[in-house]
Design a protein around this ligand. Sequence first.
Ligand SMILES: Cc1ncc(COP(=O)(O)O)c(C=O)c1O
Length: 364
Amino acid sequence: MSKDLFRKELEQLRPYVPGKPIEEVKREYGLSEIEKMASNENQLGPSPLALEYVKRALNEVNFYPESTAVELKRDLADYLGVGFDNIIVGNGAEELLSLIANTFINQGDEVVVASPSFGIYGITTSILGAKVVSVPFKVKEYDLDGMLNAINDKTKLVYLCNPNNPTGNIIKKKDMDYFFEKLPSHVVVILDEAYFEYAMSESEYPNGLDYLQKRPNTVVIRTFSKVYGLAGLRVGYLITSKEIADVMNKAKLTFNVNKLAQEAARGALRDKEHREKTLEMNAKSIEMMENFFDQMEFDYFKSYTNFIFVDVQKHSKIIFEGLMKQGVIVRPGYFWGWDNWIRVSTGTIQQTKKFTSTLYTFYL
Ligand SMILES: Cc1ncc(COP(=O)(O)O)c(C=O)c1O
């Protein structure tokens, strides 16, 4: 087939490498038990109230879903204290990242991202012909001055992932204030807060909605995949100014979020108990991992999320494959060019113990 058949931007793109499915790993390594600690999912399971809402909606799947997720948007508007017209619901935050690119990017535009950060920012924009300017971390933080310096007249979007994936650290409020003060007005800031709920009780963590109030050129993204435990149903949402949301709605596919997902999200939003239990389990798992890493004298980022990025002092490909053979799946850091680091998601006490004790066997 001729290369010319395809969009030329796709030639430069490396395919995204997702984690292997549990069943495949079981078969390949002859294992009966696998702990998947690679995709920052909620190991407590989905919110029970979300499941009740799904069950109620099951008999209605012969109908198309509500195209603008009216009821979920109403619930979110109440919950967040924002206007109904400021919200767009997506088939996961990932779809919203694609919608953002489709709304703003013309061939030759530039976007600024940090490195390491969530790879989808670069994929969704470069596919449409944007130049992705990547600014490496300075020591263990976003290089905000470096990102400001990378902005020019062609820059459309700047992505801040807060807390950041894969490192788990936050941009502190005072640094975010500084960044927003210096930012040229033509640039749209995408504040990805997929892990918001894990960081929100931290006094130094800034809430993206406060910046949106002052600066309409801001988009805040959140998701039901993490703390709410609904990664498999695919629901995320963004909050932005009405001017931006109105244009985005033109680019949104009509029935982008299915009915069961919309209902599950409504149930999960009401399930305070599940959220609290999740945060409690997460804090315990983080503490256990940090204690283990301290004992091993491993360097790691302080995490404000449901995962930790840690320097395991050996090539991450070796550790990743070795752990997988023993039934623990993590994310190797060499994907981001951090060869000796791995990203491990939190889990139950049992899962966390299995991870630390298995990792320990590589240092005996
Ligand atoms: C920073 C960040 N943004 C967005 C997403 C996408 O979330 P969703 O499952 O809602 O598509 C993820 C998922 O891992 C993420 O880590």
